[in-house]
Design a protein around this ligand. Structure first.
Ligand code: ZN
Length: 159
């Protein structure tokens, strides 16, 4: 394994990949979606329980894939619990920027949830590996699809 790749697979990522948090199905979810990243072979299902006000009461996922995709899904379930959908979408925007932009700054005014971004920053190494960005964002795309009422999403052809 090359050094940079080893850095990407930091201990935290490996830990989440081996023992993903909230790795279960919800019995009666408000919504769910299947996400597929054919480039890498990552497949997962994201379940959400929303309350009347659109707050994420609970979320969980199941599936299989590379350590990055599993770790990212695991971390996502941790940071999104208790967030509103608006906050979740904003956080995805920030996370996506973190994964793709060299000039990303979580502390910029009007910006991102700093605590959440600090936890997600473990995955910022994917910036060096564009193909891995799809692994890291799969769970988030799937979460958004579920909320929009789409049952299936694929990273194929997605930006
Ligand atoms: Zn992957």
């Amino acid at each position: 394994m090359r050094d940079e790749l080893r850095d990407l697979y930091q201990e935290v990522i490996l830990d989440h990949g081996r023992s993903p948090r909230n790795f279960r199905r919800l019995e009666n979810p408000t919504c769910l979606a299947h996400g597929n990243n054919p480039i890498c072979g990552d497949m997962l299902v994201v379940y959400l329980d929303l309350d009347q006000a659109g707050r994420i009461e609970d979320l969980a996922f199941q599936g299989q894939g590379c350590a990055i995709s599993m770790a990212s899904a695991s971390m996502m379930t941790e940071v999104l619990k208790g967030k509103t959908l608006a906050e979740a979408n904003k956080l995805f925007e920030c996370f996506h920027d973190m994964c793709t932009r060299d000039d990303f700054d979580p502390a910029k005014p009007g910006g991102c949830d700093v605590d959440a971004m600090e936890r997600l920053s473990m995955l910022s190494g994917v910036r060096e590996f564009p193909i891995r960005v799809k692994c890291a964002t799969l769970a988030w795309h799937t979460m958004q699809a579920a909320v929009k009422g789409e049952q299936e999403i694929s990273t194929e052809g997605a930006p």
